[in-house]
Design a binder for this molecule. Structure first.
Ligand code: DHB
Ligand code: FE
Length: 286
């Protein structure tokens, strides 16, 4: 059967993608950040997940304000990089796993998560930057990818608690797929940042560091953070952090923190990266 073997959390700052694409990673501004990615890249090369379920948000690239799904699952065999105004990023096409994705759709919906099924979808920096962070610049991405898109753009986004529960349902869905597959779940976005308004530029490293601590040891405490607290403490775009809770919900209670890195600033954000390995066998502690 398929198993969730690990979770990865990473911010998805578009400027990180641009630094990679334009060969600027060794410049003084970027070098400390890219040095900090190396242990996670070594982990990924060693762990070799077969499928990565990437929980991310679309930034009005695939969806406009005409249609705003709260949760949308990509069931296509492939997803092209989106054109976000400067042409598509020069990264490989994202190969999906349509058979597993349809299984996830069926399992999640029968488990009463009414997700939207998406058969055609370009993927923007929210998904491609995390892949670049973890896998660098390969000819082809080394795993299949299933996009799981969460609305954190237009109020009301889902609660952290709902995201955590979705992660648990995702684990049940993965574990009911008969083929042996190593699945990693990526929670992306964040950390604290505000791109607009009077407090544009806000970064709150103290909030970010506590969030990382609790994600490992006390994730349920994080599920109770209301939207207003994200807004106040982590800025208007800090709400992206609820997507980290989908990842954490998909892991068992016991995880091994393989790697943690935090760096300020990365563009307008506090940049966070974590690798958590699942310590429980399947279904052990649910
Ligand atoms: C930035 C961060 C984001 O999460 C995003 O979607 C766009 C821009 C930034 O830091 O510039
Ligand atoms: Fe974003």
């Amino acid at each position: 059967m398929a198993r969730v073997v690990a979770g990865v959390a990473t911010s998805h700052v578009p400027a990180i993608g641009a630094a990679i694409d334009h060969g600027r990673t060794q410049e003084p501004y970027w070098k400390p950040l890219f040095d900090g990615l190396e242990p996670a890249r070594r982990w990924a090369a060693d762990a070799k997940p077969d499928v990565c379920i990437v929980v991310y948000n679309d930034h009005a690239s695939a969806f406009s304000f005409a249609t705003i799904p709260t949760f949308a699952l990509g069931t296509a065999p492939a997803f092209p990089p989106a054109d976000e105004g400067f042409g598509p990023r020069p990264v490989p096409v994202v190969e999906g796993h349509d058979d597993l994705a349809w299984h996830l759709a069926e399992s999640l919906i029968l488990d009463e998560f009414d997700i939207t099924i998406v058969n055609e979808m370009p993927v923007d920096h929210g998904l491609t930057v995390p892949l670049s962070v973890v896998f660098g610049q390969p000819e082809a991405w080394p795993c299949r990818v299933i996009p799981l898109c969460v609305n954190v753009i237009q109020y009301p986004p889902p609660t952290g608690n709902r995201c955590f529960s979705l992660g648990k349902a995702l684990r049940r869905a993965v574990e009911s797929y008969p083929q042996d597959l190593k699945v990693a779940v990526f929670g992306t976005g964040g950390m604290s940042h505000q791109l607009q308004g009077e407090r544009a530029g806000l970064i709150n490293p103290a909030f970010d560091r506590v969030f990382m601590d609790r994600l490992v040891e006390a994730p349920r405490a994080l599920t109770r953070i209301p939207h207003t607290e994200y807004m106040r403490e982590a800025g208007s775009e800090g709400i992206e952090l609820v997507m980290w809770l989908v990842m954490r919900g998909a892991l068992s209670e016991r995880v091994d923190e393989v790697y943690r890195f935090y760096h300020v600033p990365a563009s307008n954000t506090g940049y966070g990266l974590m690798v958590l390995e699942d310590l429980a066998g399947p279904r052990s502690d649910r």
